[in-house]
Design a protein around this ligand. Structure first.
Ligand code: GH3
Ligand code: MG
Ligand code: MG
Ligand code: MG
Length: 307
């Protein structure tokens, strides 16, 4: 098993002992000071940190507090390894955000067992975080992730006088599809549509999310309305290619969708902006306008893009 452990200890002899005890996990990285630790973390975020308490300069407690403010280390366990075996010290360590405390000299069995426990907890935490951000049926981002990213990206776009666009789309006649082909087939249809169309939002900053039911939303940072329109039309074309049969329902040949597109640019042009002008107001108006455009696409006969 190869685990990326960072051992921070000013005493190379003590460190060598611990490195030997951890050989089952592969070779830990070693930092002899707070500065070296920062360097190693910037190089690559470790899976687990073992931290000595008593070090010259920035001591373990202060370093632990600093590391706990680093978002990248949010789920990384920090375990104090120290000869200071005083209850108060232990309490302070835990208060600084440490996950655990191991006494020096370390027992090989205990050290490995604790490391294993924290790695397991960390994996579970990450799995839960992933699940909390993902739609269970389709595997794309869920609405919560969309809302959070929309807010952050709108704020960023406003700061940088940049643009940002949204595509909101809804599958046409999906009730009839379910009624005709059954709910499991409906689920499979949603998966297929999500898989095919999410692959088309290619930039790392794009977010393709399930907004609810048979409705999806695509957040496109640094994308003009024209860019978003082009993508929306390409998505409709892709749906046409997928040709998911719908004819048994009698309302359509294939599964289609209606799309509403909107962009932050439209907000700047709008001389009478209702409400405030904070990022939340802009974000709310974006969704509202995309929804109105989607409604118009439905009213105009479905299977089309409206902005
Ligand atoms: P429109 O073209 O106006 O959008 O008509 P529609 O039938 O698609 O719209 P409506 O809102 O009447 O129906 C949406 C349907 O989507 C009803 C609901 O059962 C179905 N649906 C929502 N979520 C799921 C899901 O997770 N799985 C399946 N199979 N169906 C779903
Ligand atoms: Mg020390
Ligand atoms: Mg709907
Ligand atoms: Mg629908």
């Amino acid at each position: 098993m190869n685990v990326d452990i960072l051992l921070i200890d000013d005493d190379p002899i003590a460190a060598r002992v611990i490195i030997g005890q951890l050989e089952d996990f592969g070779r830990p990285r070693f930092a002899a000071s707070a500065a070296e630790a920062q360097f190693q973390i910037d190089l690559r975020v470790p899976e687990l940190i073992l931290l000595d308490m008593d070090m010259p300069g920035t001591g373990g407690l202060d370093l632990c507090r600093t590391l706990r403010q680093d978002m990248r280390l949010e789920t990384v366990p920090i375990i104090f390894v120290t000869a200071m075996s005083d209850e108060d010290v232990e309490v302070r360590g835990l208060e600084c955000g440490a996950s655990d405390f191991i006494a020096k000299p370390t027992s090989t069995g205990l050290l490995r067992a604790r490391v294993n426990t924290h790695l397991r907890l960390q994996r579970m935490t990450r799995q839960l975080q992933d699940q909390a951000m993902t739609d269970g049926l389709t595997g794309v981002a869920n609405r919560r992730t969309f809302e959070a990213t929309l807010h952050a990206e709108t704020a960023r776009a406003l700061r940088n006088a940049d643009t940002l666009s949204l595509i909101l789309f809804d599958i046409d006649h999906f009730k009839a599809y379910n009624d005709q082909y059954g709910h499991p087939a409906g689920d499979e249809c949603l998966r297929q549509v999500a898989r095919a169309l999410s692959a088309m939002a290619r930039r790392p900053s794009d977010v393709f999310a399930r907004y609810g039911g048979e409705e999806f939303v695509v957040l496109l940072p640094q994308t003009s309305r024209n860019g978003a329109m082009t993508l929306a039309r390409a998505m409709l074309a892709r749906l046409h290619e997928l040709a998911i049969p719908h004819s048994a329902s009698g309302v359509a040949d294939h599964v289609t969708a209606s799309m509403g597109v909107t962009s932050l640019e439209d907000d700047w042009r709008d001389p009478v902006q209702r409400g405030g002008n904070g990022p939340s107001d802009h974000a709310a108006r974006l969704v509202e306008r995309a929804d109105q455009a989607l409604y118009q696409a439905k009213a105009a006969g479905r299977a089309q893009v409206v902005f």
